[in-house]
Design a protein around this ligand. Sequence first.
Ligand SMILES: C[S@@+](CC[C@H](N)C(=O)[O-])C[C@H]1O[C@@H](n2cnc3c(N)ncnc32)[C@H](O)[C@@H]1O
Length: 213
Amino acid sequence: MRIDVFTLVPHAYAWLTEQRPLAGVLGTELELRLFNYRDTTPLKAGQVDDEPYGGGAGMVLRVDVVAAALESAYRDVPPPRVIALSPQGRPLTQAVVEELAGEDQLALLSARFEGFDERIVEHLASDAISVGPYVLSNGDLPAMVVLDAVARRLPGALAEGSGELESFSAALGGGLEYPHYTRPPAFRGWSVPQVLLSGDHAKIESWRREHIR
Ligand SMILES: C[S@@+](CC[C@H](N)C(=O)[O-])C[C@H]1O[C@@H](n2cnc3c(N)ncnc32)[C@H](O)[C@@H]1O
């Protein structure tokens, strides 16, 4: 799969690419390309945003800047999924993550300040995704959330089996995962449930099923 991110801060993604799951799949299951709007802006002095028509605070990411970035990356054929990261978008859920992980190609558009000129969302993007009902300062943390969540679903990203029984997975009926414990078995009087120390796999499995939340 290939994911292209359009951003003003490509360097901010360095940390993410050094960590699992991305580090484990980059170059094999995942190709990640980072495009800086400033590199292809048709405006002078690297300008990418402008004052909103109608007045008001903040700056708006220009449609001609995003169009130029997409044209430079794809010529006339953008990928079918060009996703604007926006608080007004479709909420990101595990089901949406699974859907995105099934794509061959994704493009993620990040904005900042007041956000996108609406024509970007209407005409250049195929859809918009929100990472939650709150406002972040730019679309790069949301893009990284999408990257991490999608990368986890790619073959080889996680140790065998560890991605199957997770919160929101079909295997847990969409529920929240059961609690986990590790050593020590007792700490400040807080004990690990006895059944988990029993070695009885059938009982452990049944305890876990009962504790899906
Ligand atoms: C400060 S926000 C713009 C908020 C916008 N003026 C509003 O009130 O909805 C700047 C950019 O950050 C990104 N962003 C902020 N919150 C987001 C969220 N919850 N989900 C996805 N992207 C978000 C988007 O790219 C957005 O255009």
